[in-house]
Design a protein around this ligand. Structure first.
Ligand code: BGC
Length: 390
């Protein structure tokens, strides 16, 4: 692997305080990755933007603030390129009061625990830990300041597998109430096979729950182009985990057979979303973890998780993962109060997320695969997104 360092003039521009304007214009291009300043955080630190592309015209931009995928541009069936993820073109968008209030986690890395922990509490080795209740009575996506809001240490790279960025973050012992110092590394690699690989590794000094994921919202017609209800979705899952009215799993693993949760054959997202169904009422819409089908003995290996096609653009998104579950969230809480990169408001269900993960609330659910990372062990997870058009 070839490490790429920032050019000397950029480092200098970033280091000299009071020269924000100079830094704003500074760009370093080394190999296949271009680095620029994305904005300044309230504490004065600068966030950077890393841009890279592949041989077939796929272009991606990632910031070290929250590890956010800021844009992802892919060709449609006629070769026209659009940005297919929701987000903002400046750091301010992600820091605004309106954004923080609705907190959609656009494009961000999620941790230390993706999705909800019931009552913001879990017990581990006889000790009870209290976490922020930042989602009604529950803890969501790592708490008040999850990994989506921290500045990661970033290193762009380019090698024979593609180009991308390696992000590192050290979460202190006790941060957001979690035990153990957690060392996290996430690697984004955009490859010439039109794949984006997201690889997660972590180690800890004390036993702790860990469940990392990526929270991009996709609209395969292009962000800001309207509803996602016509997208056809396939999820490779015979079962899902039903929830209570605060979106905490009941513990049941329920068959999708004969329910609006059966996506084993590609089905329009909107086809059954308004059916009279208690689980859809709780969503409201789809906001559920699916239990991925996995051949015996394939634990930790990549399996197909989901495939989404958009009829007008012909774009296809495929997702494979080493994780046991995937959260399908149909953008139910988007309400038009945020305006994205294209200058258009993000209304109800104009983006969807497919978050590869362990199941929500696993620290309180004995029947779910464990999310506890022990000292001496390494957390490892990988998800591969493949982009095409037909
Ligand atoms: C959750 C939703 C939540 C969304 C944004 C998803 O992962 O399942 O309930 O609204 O993230 O916070």
């Amino acid at each position: 692997m070839k490490w790429i360092t920032l050019s000397a003039p950029l480092v200098l521009a970033l280091a000299v305080s009071g020269q924000a304007a100079a830094a704003d214009n500074a760009k370093a291009s080394t190999g296949a990755v271009t680095t620029s300043v994305f904005g300044t955080l309230p504490d004065g630190r600068q966030a950077r933007l890393y841009r890279f592309s592949n041989a077939h015209g796929i272009e991606m931009a990632v910031t070290d603030y929250g590890g956010i995928i800021v844009s992802l541009r892919t060709p449609d069936s006629s070769g026209d390129v659009d940005d297919i993820v929701l987000g903002f073109d400046s750091l301010e968008g992600y820091l605004s009061d309106a954004y923080r209030k609705s907190n959609p986690y656009f494009g961000a890395l999620i941790g230390r625990y993706g999705n909800r922990i019931a009552g913001g509490q879990f017990t581990l080795d006889g000790q009870t830990y209290n976490l922020a209740k930042n989602n009604g009575p529950n803890h969501l996506h790592g708490g008040n300041k999850g990994f989506n809001q921290v500045l990661w240490n970033a290193k762009p790279f380019s090698n024979d597998k593609g180009a991308g960025v390696i992000l590192k973050y050290v979460s202190a012992d006790g941060e957001e109430g979690y035990p153990g110092k957690l060392d996290v590394t996430v690697t984004y690699t955009l490859g010439d096979q039109d794949t984006l690989s997201v690889e997660y590794n972590a180690t800890t000094t004390k036993a702790t729950p860990v469940n990392l994921t990526q929270h991009s919202y996709f609209n395969l017609e292009g962000e800001g182009s309207g509803s996602i209800l016509d997208h056809r979705l396939m999820i490779n899952a015979d079962a899902f985990t039903p929830v209570d009215d605060t979106l905490i799993p009941t513990g049941e693993i329920r068959s999708v057979e004969g329910t609006p949760f059966d996506f084993r054959q590609a089905t329009a997202i909107g086809k059954r979303i308004d059916e009279d169904n208690t689980q859809l009422e709780y969503g409201p819409g789809y906001d559920h973890n699916f239990v991925l089908n996995r051949p015996d003995g394939s634990k930790g290996e990549l399996v197909q998780a989901a495939r989404v096609t958009e009829p007008d653009s012909g774009r296809i998104l495929e997702i494979a993962t080493t994780e046991p579950g995937i959260q399908f969230y149909s953008g139910n809480f988007l309400d038009g109060t945020l305006t994205g990169k294209s200058g258009r408001a993000y209304g109800h269900r104009t983006g969807f997320a497919l978050e590869t993960q362990h199941f929500p609330d696993s620290p309180n659910q004995d029947g779910f695969p464990s999310t506890i990372l022990e000292p001496g062990d390494t957390y490892h997870s990988r998800t591969v997104y493949t982009f095409s058009a037909r």
